[in-house]
Design a protein. Structure first.
Length: 178
């Protein structure tokens, strides 16, 4: 009795592909998926780095102003960019959350948001809004040293940049922000 070799390969006749070919296609799909995940991860890491650099560079500028006799300038900081408006940082706010409420209703609502959230850290005096867009909230607030911020206020971010006025007189102990 002769048994045809074709009868043992019914699955291959249906797909006209060998197991090796199907395995290769699945492997290619997995590699492409991992590559997209890695690219997305590193792009998000870039946003975290940008937020961290913003805080570090602002602190360096404040330290430069604090160590000088008198100082009057604006710090132009770059913030992480988002691909859509809902992913961008729209405001940078300054001041202690324990200060009296501001008169501006938008600034008041932002202050209330930070006061009643997990981003409320006692020493922090600079806040990025919305906090979710600053490295998933990990870098939503920071504590600037050597500054005097008499009121809670917010500055608008325009094209991923913000201008922060810094002033220090010869008799001032701290740098005034705003």
């Amino acid at each position: 009795m002769l048994i045809s070799k074709r009868s043992n390969k019914k699955g291959q006749e249906v797909f006209s592909m060998s197991f090796g070919m199907i395995f290769s296609i699945i492997l290619i799909i997995v590699i492409i998926a991992v590559a997209f995940y890695a690219i997305r991860f590193f792009l998000n890491l870039n946003k975290c780095t940008d937020a961290s650099f913003f805080f570090d560079e602002l602190q360096k500028e404040v330290d430069r102003a604090w160590s000088s006799g008198s100082y009057k300038s604006e710090y132009n900081g770059r913030l992480p960019s988002g691909t859509t408006k809902s992913q961008k940082i729209t405001q940078v706010c300054f001041g202690s959350l324990t200060l009296p409420n501001p008169t501006d209703s938008n600034t008041k609502s932002i202050k209330d948001y930070f006061s009643h959230s997990s981003y409320n850290k006692p020493k922090n005096n600079i806040f990025l809004y919305p906090p979710e867009n600053s490295c998933g909230g990990k870098l939503a607030s920071y504590s600037l040293e050597h500054v005097a911020i008499p009121t809670f206020f917010c500055l608008n971010v325009d094209k991923d940049r913000v201008s922060i006025p810094l002033n220090k007189g010869t008799s001032d102990a701290s740098v005034k922000v705003g």
